[in-house]
Design a binder for this molecule. Structure first.
Ligand code: FE
Ligand code: FE
Ligand code: ZN
Length: 277
């Protein structure tokens, strides 16, 4: 069975997200842990969590994916911004333990002119600070498009971060199809080559989730503009090959396409139909 879901609004709580997911035939979902622009998160409502757990067990909603606010930048040049990012990250790690055993995805960050090496150093420092041995959450580094000074647009950079983190047994990777394409990885005409490269450099055992997006731009555009499935430059055929690839097909897939809920429902329907059972 294809495990697929989409990005949902967290404003009404966990149980509401699970119900929305089930209503569009999704078996999982992604959500922002707080307002994407950062700031204070809503208090965790333990009653809502209990109801969510009961409902999701009954309806087979498995493994959900939390996404850090996209403005979180642990490798900013500004010490105040770095500290705010680490505090937010650490607070999110605590919140994640209310729903144990899930993944938390974050953008490695933008080095804003300090250089990749300095950026990587700050990212490693942040991870060393927020990882608490014994935590049940796996932290995912998202592969980036390489827009501006983003760190994490090559598999080598991701590998370097993982290698330098002390407790890297808590780290995994989320591959975003729009991002890797815009970073220059040809998942359209050489998917096997890209998957093998990922395996050689990072190791497929680290790959825990896929953000399934089409792209408005050609390969290597470094712009990060998502498109609806089948309407972009990656295209339906390549996306169908991705969800069916023998080394990827068992992973959870998350749509982050420019859609309202009806659009997501339709994409999930089409992709499930294209999945070879
Ligand atoms: Fe993201
Ligand atoms: Fe993404
Ligand atoms: Zn993106």
């Amino acid at each position: 069975m294809l495990r697929i879901g989409c990005h949902l609004s967290a404003s009404k709580g966990y149980e509401a997200m699970a119900k929305t997911a089930v209503s569009i035939d999704a078996g999982t979902f992604q959500f922002f842990t707080r307002n994407p622009r950062g700031g204070k998160a809503k208090e965790i409502d333990e009653k809502d969590i209990e109801k969510y757990k009961e409902y999701s067990a009954k309806h087979d909603v498995c493994k959900i994916l939390a996404h850090a606010p996209y403005t979180l930048n642990v490798c900013s040049a500004d010490e105040g911004i770095r500290k705010f990012a680490i505090d937010t990250f650490a607070d999110d790690m605590k919140r994640m333990e209310y729903t144990p055993g899930n993944c938390y995805n974050f953008h490695p960050g933008s080095h804003v002119g300090q250089g990749i090496e300095t950026g990587i150093r700050y990212i490693v420092d942040a991870l060393n600070e927020v990882i608490i041995p014994g935590q049940s959450t796996t932290i995912l580094l998202e592969t980036m498009a390489g827009k501006g000074s983003e760190v994490g647009s090559t598999f080598e950079q991701i590998r370097q971060i993982i290698d330098m983190v002390e407790h890297n047994e808590y780290l995994g990777v989320c591959l975003d199809t729009c991002h890797v394409w815009e970073a220059g990885y040809d998942i359209v005409s050489d998917l096997d080559g890209v998957v093998n490269k990922f395996d050689d450099i990072i190791g497929l055992d680290r790959l825990k989730a896929i953000h399934l997006n089409d792209s408005k731009n050609p390969i290597e555009a470094h712009k990060d503009r998502h498109e609806r499935i089948g309407y972009g430059q990656i295209g339906m055929d390549a996306i169908v090959r991705i969800i069916n690839h023998e080394k990827l097909r068992m992973l959870p897939f998350y749509l982050e396409t420019p859609n309202e809920i009806e659009g997501y429902a339709e994409e999930i329907r089409v992709l499930k139909e294209a999945y070879r059972g």
